[in-house]
Write a protein that binds this ligand. Structure first.
Ligand code: UDP
Ligand code: MN
Length: 226
């Protein structure tokens, strides 16, 4: 195991802890050799924290940061996302030589350890505005080598060209990102979600349930010691 490199995610609420769980499980399922780390804030419940401690190599408490950028957040229709600025703590994880940050609403479909060969700061394009990367920070426009292919950030999109492109390239998808207000674990449903994303959502639930179900009780009678 390469202890110098880590996949990192973030959960500031119990709800996003569910997502983080699936990030870790899907990374492990596909045999990552790197550490899997979650940054959390103090307000998550003890139960959620314990759950994360069982799956992650490291659970690191960080202080909540808020971009306070109400103007742009309300334009996005997601006023609650100011806290995503807390991701910035990833750069404080200097015990690791290199980190790959994955949102807690991502699902890894295959081994993606090759991402550690990329230079800082590589990122996938934002599907809404592909000249920006998905965490909202601009990257040097000159270096195309730092643009990760879309297969590392497959997002739902209602763009009319999406389905033909998906048919052509979808099988190459490596990471699915459930970007948007409705997450697989949300109680409300997103009726505009495409059939494709619904399939990935089922996969998300499979990953979530597969490991969180209590062990099947042993129905065989235990031999008596007497
Ligand atoms: N996040 C969090 N708590 C919140 C909102 C966001 O921990 O209340 C983290 C979580 O890792 C999440 C990421 O910030 O995946 C970005 O938010 P989200 O995925 O909801 O944004 P979207 O991808 O939908 O734009
Ligand atoms: Mn996200």
């Amino acid at each position: 195991m390469s202890a110098g490199e880590a996949f990192v995610t973030l959960a500031t609420t119990d709800s996003y802890c569910k997502g983080a769980t699936v990030v870790a499980r899907s990374l492990r399922r596909h045999g990552t050799t790197r550490h899997i780390v979650v940054m959390v804030t103090l307000n998550i419940s003890e139960q959620s924290r314990k759950g994360l401690e069982n799956i992650f190599d490291e659970v690191i408490t960080v202080d909540l940061r808020n971009s306070e950028d109400q103007l742009h957040l309300s334009m996005l229709g997601r006023p609650e996302l100011g806290v995503t600025f807390t991701k910035i703590h990833c750069w404080n994880l200097t015990q690791y030589r290199r980190c790959i940050f994955l949102d807690a609403d991502t699902l890894v479909l295959c081994n993606v350890d090759e991402l550690f060969q990329r230079d800082e700061l590589s990122a996938a394009p934002d599907p809404g505005w592909p000249d920006c990367f998905n965490s909202g920070v601009s990257w040097s426009v000159g270096d195309i080598g730092k643009h990760l292919p879309f297969i590392y950030n497959l997002c739902a999109s209602s763009l009319y060209s999406y389905l033909p492109a998906f048919q052509q390239f979808g099988h190459q998808a490596k990471i699915v990102h459930f970007a948007g207000a409705v997450k697989p674990w949300s109680s409300q449903r997103d009726h505009s979600r495409s059939h494709i994303m619904e399939q990935f959502e089922s996969l998300w639930w499979k990953e979530y349930h597969c490991h969180t179900m209590p062990p099947v009780p042993n129905t065989h009678p235990t031999p008596s010691r007497q």
